[in-house]
Design a protein around this ligand. Structure first.
Ligand SMILES: NC(=O)c1ccc[n+]([C@@H]2O[C@H](COP(=O)([O-])OP(=O)(O)OC[C@H]3O[C@@H](n4cnc5c(N)ncnc54)[C@H](O)[C@@H]3O)[C@@H](O)[C@H]2O)c1
Length: 254
């Protein structure tokens, strides 16, 4: 028996990085995984890889900022699998390196729309789908949902929003007697295409600066975060709700 055997999970942003590692780990621990993303080729490849390894997975094209797309994905999952037990609101966009007085409204709104509106819509439709049978919702925030960093105003504000949205909905579910746990996970710097993009933009000095900012001198791996999400999604975390799980190599301990 795997740690999430028999459960059905949606993982957004499942084509890459942390979402990919989470999809693979949940599937290897027995869940049926529906991974969603905008990147159809890589998303189909992740689902195919999971099936080739003996797991159960499918891919859906899904823009997390689009409420009609959420309604469609959740309806399709309920119709195909009869239940939704785990929702991982992981899709996100980065976007550091912009001083606040040079940040355009377009950048601000795009960041908020994917990172915060997308999580709100997921929580809204996840709670509806889980209201009767219960479930677990895990929202990917960041260390930058807890502390600030220069030149990341939009990203940091969006991730701080995810942190408190999570707590508000966790309290609401408890108050309404719903057996739905809602938690946030807070990755430190993890070696994914998102961070790779920032390094490409900033050059080798950016990579050096990131590594220097790490207590261990190293970035984490996507699987480090997936392991935390697996725990929060599993019944081992049955008394955990409204919590923030920080997985950051000690970044926030200083
Ligand atoms: N990598 C890190 O260091 C780090 C640190 C803290 C938090 N995070 C958060 O972890 C999550 C995953 O990031 P990652 O590092 O794996 O990045 P990534 O770029 O590898 O993966 C993000 C995925 O989200 C998808 N996506 C973007 N916009 C979308 C949309 N509108 N609808 C659906 N999918 C969309 C992308 O196509 C991509 O596949 C993000 O929320 C990110 O903010 C990452």
């Amino acid at each position: 028996m795997g740690r999430v055997s028999g459960k059905v999970a949606i993982v957004t942003g499942g084509a890459s990085g942390i979402g990919r590692a989470t999809s693979e780990l949940l599937a290897s621990e027995g869940a049926t995984v529906v991974l969603t993303d905008l990147q159809d080729g890589p998303g189909e490849d992740v689902a195919e890889g999971i099936r080739a390894a003996g797991g159960s997975a499918g891919y859906h094209h899904h823009d997390v900022t689009d409420e009609a797309a959420w309604e469609k994905v959740v309806a399709e999952v309920l119709s195909a699998h009869g239940q939704l037990d785990i929702l991982v609101n992981n899709a996100g966009v980065g976007g550091g390196g912009i001083p606040v007085d040079e940040m355009t409204m377009e950048h601000w709104r795009h960041t908020m729309s994917v990172n915060l509106d997308g999580v709100f819509l997921g929580v809204k439709h996840g709670v509806r789908a889980m209201a009767e049978a219960g479930g677990a919702i895990i929202n990917t925030s960041s260390i930058l949902g807890v502390v600030g960093l220069p030149n990341t105003a939009a990203y940091t504000a969006s991730k701080g929003g995810v942190r408190l949205l999570t707590k508000a909905v966790a309290m609401e579910c408890a108050a309404r007697g719903l057996n739905i746990r809602v938690c946030s996970v807070h990755p430190g710097f993890i070696d994914t295409p998102m961070v790779g993009g920032a390094i490409q933009k900033g050059g080798p000095e950016r990579r050096e600066a990131i590594l220097k900012s790490q207590p261990t001198g190293q970035m984490g791996e996507p699987k480090d975060i997936a392991e935390g999400i697996l725990y929060l999604a599993s019944d081992a975390a049955k008394f955990v709700s409204g919590s923030e799980l920080i997985i950051d190599g000690g970044y926030l301990a200083r």
